[in-house]
Design a protein around this ligand. Structure first.
Ligand SMILES: [Zn+2]
Length: 214
């Protein structure tokens, strides 16, 4: 299997940790390549991962390569890859500000910042379901029909991308957006980008209709 993909996953795990987007044990990262899923193992902190520990598995969760067990949350990774053909990478993390929004059941429904509007679109909050459960995986795969980032109540965040880098940028952008919203809130509340200009922005960015809905 491809060492380069395993090294990319390790690198993103370290970046998530270093930028305070994830605690060591929390979260998981996967990449789909040539019909198999590369995924972080269960029980290894993301800041201490070695590329040799990345698990390669099939769509049934059978390990093809690697010593440990795939992430216990592998189910929603599998369902998401089945659900949307454009998704090639998934990151689940527990960034403190965005997770705070998830704990408060506070979805992001308005376009208040250019880059966030283009990269993220609307970010819903899914009801709380126990980690690794079938119910959680089902809710996640349903929500991602219309989203690229989702908040999980009392748990964390999932972002997706056509590349691992894009999924990472979405995670980073979402955490930044939550910080901006908190500041705006303290200063009287966030104001929306006017709809007409938002549409102009999307045109400018050549965002395909239907991919990001605001
Ligand atoms: Zn989790």
């Amino acid at each position: 299997m491809k060492r380069k993909i395993k090294e990319e996953i390790v690198s993103v795990g370290k970046r998530l940790y270093e930028r305070r987007l994830n605690g060591g044990y929390g979260g998981n990262i996967s990449v789909l390549d040539e019909g198999v899923i590369y995924i972080t193992p269960s029980g290894v902190p993301k800041d201490e991962l070695d590329y040799s520990e990345i698990i390669v598995m099939d769509f049934k969760g059978n390990v093809i390569e690697g010593q440990g067990k795939p992430s216990s949350e592998m189910l929603f990774h599998i369902l998401l890859y089945k659900e949307r053909a454009d998704i090639k990478a998934i990151i689940h993390a527990h960034p403190p500000l965005a997770t705070g929004f998830a704990i408060a059941r506070h979805p992001i429904t308005e376009a208040v910042h250019e880059e966030a509007a283009v990269l993220l679109g609307k970010v819903p909050v899914l009801p709380y379901e126990v980690t690794s459960s079938k119910e959680l995986a089902k809710n996640v795969s349903e929500a991602f029909k219309n989203a690229n980032a989702v908040l999980l109540a009392n748990h964390g965040v999932i972002t997706v991308g056509e590349t691992l880098e894009k999924a990472f940028r979405r995670m980073e952008e979402l955490e930044n957006l939550c910080e901006m919203l908190l500041v705006a809130d303290a200063l009287g509340g966030a104001k929306k980008i006017p709809l007409k200009k938002l549409l102009k922005l999307f045109e400018l960015m050549r965002v395909r209709e239907g991919k990001i809905k605001i």
